[in-house]
Write a protein that binds this ligand. Structure first.
Ligand SMILES: NC(=O)c1ccc[n+]([C@@H]2O[C@H](COP(=O)([O-])OP(=O)(O)OC[C@H]3O[C@@H](n4cnc5c(N)ncnc54)[C@H](OP(=O)(O)O)[C@@H]3O)[C@@H](O)[C@H]2O)c1
Length: 273
């Protein structure tokens, strides 16, 4: 276990047991950070000494606060928070029980809010800090049959915009990163809420197969990890950064300039709706 260090930069990364959060952790360690990696499952065994696993469920206040206390008992400061914990549910709005939607928000949105609120007092007291939130391209444009996932990521966009105004005077910066498709455990962990008798069944199957194809052929998470590590030590954090395959970054840009009806027609064609 890492001893307290005045000199090393310290990061707390959620979702650090898999996929993007794990890749971000590795890249931060490569540039000299001590990473406290949070998740419910144990991370892979091949991680360097500067990765300290902290078992955390971001859906629970006590778990997040306990992890924060553990980090601050070992380290005199915290330089960076990266909130990457998340998962996806899919299914039609009509078929999705509200309890499932609440679970989705409890991790993807309130999980971020819990972690940010847990670490903000320490950052304010030390007079500096950086917060990077992993949103999604699905938080810029609603994805068919992923309404609650998209909504949780749209919510993070507003959260980060508001946060930036509030914490600026304490020398704390925040940024939302909007990834496109990266090949991670995300596809395998997705909860699918659909039954063969659903009136949406055929449409759902067509759309989800396109979405999963794009995810499985997505970019290497290491690319995102390296980009976030550079961002973490850059002069200033931008409000947002979209990272992903060119086609998906273009779609976000086109979404801004095309009339809604045209963009919807493009998505209907792309997803065979
Ligand atoms: N992959 C993509 O293409 C993509 C695109 C856009 C955005 N994103 C976002 O990137 C983030 C990471 O996803 P990923 O692609 O890396 O998927 P992943 O490989 O499935 O990793 C998800 C991570 O979130 C953690 N997590 C989930 N629920 C949690 C909870 N209740 N408490 C604590 N940790 C929890 C998991 O840890 P445990 O299971 O150990 O708890 C795991 O480390 C998500 O927010 C996702 O929405 C991914």
């Amino acid at each position: 276990m890492e001893a307290a260090s005045e000199n090393k930069r310290v990061a707390f990364v959620t979702g650090a047991t898999s996929g993007l959060g794990l890749a971000i952790s590795r890249s931060l360690i490569d540039i000299g950070f001590i990473v406290y990696g949070a998740g419910r499952r144990k991370p892979p065994l091949d991680l360097p000494d500067n990765y300290v696993y902290v078992q955390t469920d971001v859906a629970l206040d006590e778990s997040v606060n306990k992890s924060r206390d553990f980090v601050l008992s070992q380290q005199s400061h915290i330089d960076l928070l990266v909130c990457a914990a998340g998962f996806g549910i899919s299914g039609s709005i009509e078929d999705t029980p509200i309890d499932s939607a609440i679970d989705q928000f409890n991790v993807n949105f309130f999980g971020v809010a819990r972690v940010v609120c847990a670490f903000l007092p320490g950052m304010r007291e030390q007079g500096r800090g950086r917060i990077i939130i992993i949103g999604s391209i699905a938080g810029k444009t609603g994805m068919p049959f992923q309404a609650y996932y998209s909504a949780s990521k749209f919510a993070l966009e507003g959260f980060v915009e508001s946060l930036r105004y509030e914490v600026r005077r304490f020398n704390i910066e925040a940024c939302i990163v909007e990834p496109g498709d990266f090949k991670t455990g995300f596809t395998g962990s997705r909860q699918k809420i659909i039954a063969p008798e659903s009136p949406y069944y055929n449409q759902f199957e067509r759309v989800i197969s396109v979405q999963e194809h794009d995810e499985i052929h997505g970019l290497d998470p290491a690319k995102l990890g390296e980009r976030i590590a550079r961002l973490a030590v850059s002069k200033r954090l931008p409000a947002r950064l979209t990272i992903g395959p060119l086609f998906e970054r273009l779609a976000v840009w086109i979404r801004r300039i095309l009339p809604d009806a045209w963009f919807e027609a493009f998505y209907r064609m792309y997803y065979h709706l």
